[in-house]
Design a protein around this ligand. Structure first.
Ligand code: NDP
Length: 243
């Protein structure tokens, strides 16, 4: 089965931040691109309109990744509209900081529901709809390896969990020539990190925070023709933060 450069893509959590940059990039490369959002219909509609206005094809779908049924419905809606998926990017994630003694159980459950169960649900329900030779990219975090600051234990745990889930998935789907990789960003300028800029920037070896488009470029490479032999990998893109 050959690689199909214009096969449709689905990005879970694509309305803002890195997800939106990934949607823009995949659509610009000629892939009809569906994406989900949880709570921001405005940015989602604006992104879809922007892509359509520049000659691309996009579809915005509301689906909270904490709700596996909604994830399944979004995948099926994307496939109904565009056909079998060549690329699945699981980007939806939430960050709640706090030391373990102060961390509420409800927040723990929500983090696991979105960052781990939601990733499983996405891959699980997308699996029958992926083309052979397709690509799955999970957006993890460099905290899966090096945490570096207090208050990130639960977040880091969820990102370590999905890195290992993706490694296992790489083996599960290897017979279908589907690659599964994790991208592990470090500090990237998005809404998620807006309040942390002053703390982070002076501590970054490269002296600047990363751009969402830089992560999108790495995802596009993993989804592209040159990365067919890369599977089960965790690729760090963090400006040297964890070096
Ligand atoms: P943002 O908070 O800027 O954007 C998150 C995106 O995910 C939005 O489109 C949001 O949709 C969507 N999303 C959030 N929760 C859900 C949900 N429950 N169901 C569906 N979609 C959801 O985050 P970033 O772009 O910064 O982060 C993207 C990913 O990268 C996350 O997995 C994050 O953990 C990871 N990451 C981020 C880093 C950073 O420095 N920014 C570093 C390392 C990893 P909506 O608009 O509806 O809320």
């Amino acid at each position: 089965t050959s690689f199909t450069p214009d096969a449709p893509a689905l990005v879970l959590g694509g309305s803002r931040g890195m997800g939106a940059a990934i949607v823009r990039r995949l659509a610009a490369e000629g892939r009809p691109t569906a994406f989900t959002y949880a709570a921001s219909p405005g940015p989602a509609a604006a992104l879809a309109a922007e892509i359509e206005a520049t000659g691309g094809t996009a579809l915005a779908l509301q689906a909270d990744s904490a709700d596996a049924g909604a994830v399944r419905a979004a995948i099926e809606a994307a496939v109904t509209r565009f056909g079998k998926l060549g690329v699945l990017v699981v980007n939806a994630g939430v960050l709640k900081a706090g030391t373990i003694d102060q961390f509420a159980l409800a927040d723990f459950d929500h983090m696991l529901a979105v960052n781990v169960r939601g990733v499983f649900a996405a891959i699980h329900y997308a699996a029958p709809h992926l083309t052979d030779g397709g690509r799955v990219v999970v957006i993890g975090s460099n905290t899966a390896g090096h945490i570096g600051t207090p208050g990130s234990s639960v977040y880091a745990m969820t990102k370590a969990a999905v890195a290992q889930l993706a490694r296992g998935a790489a083996l599960d789907f290897a017979p279908r020539k589907i690659t599964v990789n994790t991208v592990q960003p470090g500090p990237i300028a998005t809404d998620m990190t807006a309040d942390l800029m002053d703390y982070i920037t002076p501590r970054l070896p490269l002296g600047r925070i990363g751009e969402a488009s830089e992560v999108a470029g790495l995802v596009a490479w993993l989804a592209g023709p040159d990365a067919g032999y890369v599977t089960g990998a965790s690729v760090t893109i963090d400006g040297g933060w964890s070096a």
